[in-house]
Ligand binder design. Sequence first.
Ligand code: TXA
Ligand code: MG
Length: 347
Amino acid sequence: MNTKIWDLRQMEQSSEELDALNEMKDIFENGGLIALPTETVYGLGADARNEQAIHKVYEAKGRPSDNPLIVHIHTLDQIDAFSSGITDEIKKLMKAFWPGPISFIVPLKKGYLCRSVSGGLDSIAVRMPSHPIGRRILQFVDLPIAAPSANLSGRPSPTTFEHVYHDLDGRVDGIVNGDQSEVGLESTVLDCTQFPFRIARPGSITQLMIEAILPNCITTQGALDIDKPIAPGMKYKHYAPDTPVKIIDSLEHQPSSNKNWDKTAFILPRSMRKLVPESATFITLCKDENDIRGANHNLYQILHQLDQDNHIEQAYILGFPINDESTAIMNRMMKAADQVIVKGEEL
Ligand code: TXA
Ligand code: MG
């Protein structure tokens, strides 16, 4: 398949942009697949009403089809067609955080979306992204667009055009270039099918941020238990680069100089650079030990980089103490590291 590339970054309101948008609308309406930028990660979009299109999404990603997809919208009015379960509480949260990096699982009204978008469940995840280009496309095509992360199943989620191109060139109808995703981690998934709500996947919109809008609306039962999958997608091996990665709990001194660090990368805040052994590779995780947003933004880019660099055979990454803001990145790091945490002082 010949994959078309669009770069809408310098095209705002031009006739070229209009041509490109019309072309994309055509592709979606005919059941095609287009990868597009969002502020969390790039998504692989398809018309959520079209069973064959959704089937192609699972096929292109090599993803098991019992794993439900998130439906992307550009206006709240679109939800009425596929859910009648939006309570005032849910609406309050949607209005507070949308457009933005949070998905809500709500009761599904059958008949409008195709069956496999929800993996046969009677609930559906929905999100309104804020990325200017992603949003522009959703507005123009005006369809509910199902979009999982635009990576091959089991690979880290894509945060740049290049990541998507590497995984999906030749497998999809088109890819839209829109710079590096600002947030860098997949959206928070909030299960609103029961009250109190439950965080099914932690993200950059945290429990405290949600409860600042709607006090005591979240049950923490099981939420921090990284081992137990809640969202069905979390039971598959995810986010893992081919290069073995271990989390280090802290690093106070330079690791032993008696060891050969030639093929080892240390992924640390810039403020800790002086602790990296001379023969090792230093990769910047973020500014300093408090810069969780920076680490969120960079993590997947770093995991992709590890696999491209044939010189690196193992990597150590600094973990963050678990708190409200670090829950999401620690959840992803634990998966990338296959749950392995080592003590920095023993290196
Ligand atoms: O940031 C994001 O959410 C990105 C961008 C593209 O929007 N999308 C994304 O989609 O990460 P995906 O398919 O890779 O992850 C969707 C997650 C999975 O863990 C899935 O199991 C869960 O949401 N999910 C979707 N619908 C669900 C439902 N009805 N019940 C429980 N979990 C659901
Ligand atoms: Mg994914």
